[in-house]
Design a binder for this molecule. Structure first.
Ligand code: CP
Length: 332
């Protein structure tokens, strides 16, 4: 039997997305028991994590299984390129690591969101895709520069819990300032999932912070096919008006992807791209969402993050529930 990976929200049909969210909602109310007794999830973190790591560990333990976590310090430097002559720094090929790990664990998670080269290079998700190619067990994307599908599942569950039906509801996905260059993964995944749910999506960012062109086109098609809409605006006040969900997130500049200093320079004039009480007042009493971690009083003020419409901790809490549902489906 062939294995099933979860590398992108594009791996799910609308029906599968609905089923996964239904299952997550069911098991949130009623624990399913030790259905993954004896199963192991290996997680490879090439960047730091708080929520992803702990929520997956909690999910596995509550289902009767367990996790083995490795960070870059525990791993040999890896070579992901096919047919590489390995006379450089890399000590081990991903194919050997993936095939070996598949003998020990029942599923693998990979977080690989470093900036390694140009956008054209990094958008290929070489490390994640190599693990998926060579592992004989399911591989889960724990965030790359292209996607963070587990976060988007938790976001969708959180929106459903608060708005019930998502079709036609107005979501504004707003770029926020941040001193560091950030991955586009969470942005792409929530964009695709909101489009799949038929939401009326406004993507708002300053000029120069466009998302990946292919992801944008796919999201527009998904929105159209599911009775929703997707528009892009470059003005935050216009974007906030009438929003029922304001989803704040920073992401990096694709044009200057391999030049952090240039990106930092561009962002110096964009400090007003922040969610504050005045911006929230323009919305239709919107829920405030952010995948965390958040730079307080840079991306969003304390007042809105701790305000009555903030659901940032519900999003984080729902990571455990959606990931339990995902693990049950991948490992059943
Ligand atoms: N949102 C999220 O993935 O958080 P971590 O980086 O802490 O895992």
């Amino acid at each position: 039997m062939s294995k099933r990976d979860f590398l992108s929200t594009a791996d799910l049909s609308r029906r599968e997305l609905d089923d996964l969210l239904e299952l997550a909602a069911r098991i949130k109310g009623k624990r399913p028991g030790q259905v993954l007794s004896g199963k192991s999830l290996g997680m490879l973190f090439f960047q730091p994590s708080l929520r992803t790591r702990v929520s997956f560990e909690t999910a596995m333990v509550q289902l009767g299984g367990h996790c083995i976590n490795l960070s870059s310090n525990d791993l040999y430097e890896l070579e992901p390129q096919e047919q590489a002559v390995m006379d450089g720094r890399a000590e081990e090929h991903v194919m050997d690591a993936a095939r070996t790990l598949s003998r020990y664990v029942d599923a693998l998670g990979v977080r690989a969101a470093a900036r390694v080269g140009t956008w054209e290079f990094d958008r290929q998700e070489l490390l994640l895709r190599s693990y998926a190619r060579y592992a004989s067990v399911p591989v889960i994307n724990l965030e790359t520069n292209m996607g963070h599908p587990c976060q988007a599942l938790a976001d969708a569950l959180t929106m459903r819990e608060n708005l019930v039906s998502l079709k036609g509801r107005k979501l504004t996905l707003l770029w926020c300032n941040h001193p560091e260059p950030k991955s586009l993964g969470p942005t792409h995944s929530i964009l695709e999932v909101a489009a799949m749910m038929g939401m009326d999506v406004t993507l708002a960012h300053p000029l120069g912070f466009e998302v990946d062109a292919e992801v944008l086109e796919r999201s527009k098609t998904l929105a159209r096919d599911n009775g929703g809409a997707l528009q892009v605006v470059n003005d935050k006040d216009t974007a906030a008006r009438g929003a029922e969900v304001l989803y704040a997130r920073s992401w990096g500049c694709i044009k200057h992807w391999d030049d952090d200093e240039r990106e930092a320079m561009v962002k110096r004039s964009l400090q007003d791209w922040k969610v504050d009480e005045a911006l929230m007042a323009k919305t239709k009493d919107a829920l405030l969402m952010h995948p965390l971690p958040v730079r307080r009083n840079v991306a969003a003020t304390d007042g809105v993050l701790d305000g009555p419409r903030s659901v940032i901790y519900e999003q984080a809490a729902n990571r455990t529930h959606v990931q339990k549902a995902l693990l049950m489906q991948l490992l059943k």
